[in-house]
Design a protein around this ligand. Structure first.
Ligand code: NAD
Ligand code: DAU
Length: 350
């Protein structure tokens, strides 16, 4: 049985990836290593937590001794590394958390993989999940390609860029079998409501102000989270060692246009006049260092590995809005911290 370690599996993207791997690969033993920060929530994995090929491990990737001992004990065949501090605004108020988890944590995992795989690299793989934000900001035209020079602007994107460089350095210097993907903005169920889409769905529902940064003209390229998980699956299994793949769905939206679509969809589902919640739009001070535009060219992934996104944006947004409206309890739990009780009930005695 192959042993695969997925880090950050209790978070947004990680939980979708764990679900995919646990269901699709019964002959893999999937280990989910997560510190359960404010963003990690085991409720996201309720449907698969009793599967025989799934195991949760509570732990911090910043703790190098813990990571080395875990790797020595479990001898993982593969690592898919998602654990990170992921929110740009938090990185502006507290950069050090990002340096520790995103950079030091990644190096601890690289060191442990390098150590346990030193005598035999056959069938081993270290997959680093990264972001398009490492490429910086585009003007009105053009795309990010795999060879676009890195130019991060926020402490978050700079910490992810640094971790990408270190992962490549372990390949070039030590021959570690690594692979990296850089993905655009994800949306879908189970995203922590500090990020634009779940925050705004919740605020529209509760008639709260919708804080639009600056003039609302920044552009993001949105991909349904399940499609990101399927791309990681394809790249993990078929991508050549040492390569990088961009992941995106060619789905650019100016923030204010996306917000107006969200308002229409939520209003309609709540039985309000579609568009009536536009009165909640409140322009606020812009995010410091706010990147103007992200747009991914993912033709390498499509041409070389045959991956394409499964969903059109309109369908994805409908599904996403439905999920948040039907799961108000989930939103209330994650914002109140009640979900920690769930962890204590499930794992407190182990
Ligand atoms: P998230 O914030 O929802 O989840 C992060 C997870 O990592 C949480 O479960 C958290 O508990 C865990 N974690 C944090 N610090 C840890 C530590 N020190 N030790 C162990 N676990 C720790 O993040 P997400 O949006 O799911 O993003 C996952 C990964 O994908 C990140 O590496 C992020 O940079 C990358 N990414 C995200 C997006 C996006 O749009 N959300 C797009 C591209 C790439
Ligand atoms: O591009 C990939 C990245 O996408 C990931 O690496 C990050 O982990 C993820 O958080 C996301 O970063 P963004 O900063 O693009 O996402 P966020 O949802 O925070 O913001 C999306 C856009 O909306 C951005 O231009 C800022 C704006 N915004 C955001 C919030 C939270 C607002 O105008 N108001 C808000 O309240």
């Amino acid at each position: 049985m192959k042993k695969i370690l997925i880090t950050g599996g209790a978070g947004f993207i990680g939980s979708h990836l764990i679900r995919l791997f646990v269901n699709k690969y019964p002959d893999y033993q999937i280990y989910n290593l997560d510190k359960l920060t404010y963003a990690g929530n085991l409720e996201n994995l309720k449907d698969i937590e009793k599967m025989p090929n799934y195991k949760f491990i509570l732990g911090d990737i910043v703790d190098g001794d813990f990571i080395m001992n875990l790797f020595k004990k479990e001898s993982f065949d593969g690592v898919i590394h998602l654990a990170a501090e992921s929110h740009v605004d938090r990185s502006i108020t507290n950069p050090m958390e990002f340096i520790m988890t995103n950079i030091v944590g990644t190096v601890n995992l690289l060191n442990a993989a390098k150590y346990i795989w030193k005598d035999n690299l056959e069938g081993k793989r270290f997959y680093h999940v990264s972001t398009d934000e490492v490429y910086g900001s585009l003007g009105d035209t053009g795309f990010f390609y795999e060879d676009t020079a890195y130019a991060p602007h926020s402490p978050y994107s700079a910490s992810k860029a640094s971790s990408d460089h270190l992962v490549r350095a372990y390949h070039d210097t030590f021959g570690l079998p690594i692979i990296i993907s850089n993905c655009s903005n994800n949306y879908g169920q189970n995203q922590f409501p500090e990020k634009l889409i779940p925050l705004f769905i919740n605020n529209i529902r509760h008639n709260k102000p919708l804080p639009v940064y600056g003039k609302g003209v920044n552009v993001r390229d949105w991909l349904y989270v399940v499609d990101h998980a399927s791309a990681i699956d394809v790249i993990y299994h078929n991508g050549p060692d040492g390569e990088t793949f961009n992941i995106g769905g060619h789905n650019e939206w100016k923030n204010i246009d996306l917000i107006k679509v969200l308002i229409k969809v939520v209003d309609k589902k709540l039985g309000r006049e579609p568009g009536s919640s536009e009165k909640l739009i409140t322009y606020v001070t812009d995010r410091a260092g706010h990147d103007l535009r992200y747009a991914i060219d993912s033709s390498k992934l499509q041409n070389e590995l045959g991956w394409t996104p499964s969903l059109q944006f309109e369908e994805g947004i409908e599904k996403t809005v439905d999920w948040y409206l039907e799961n108000q309890q989930w939103l209330d739990n994650v914002t109140s911290g009640n979900y920690k009780k769930y962890y204590d009930e499930m794992y407190g005695n182990r």
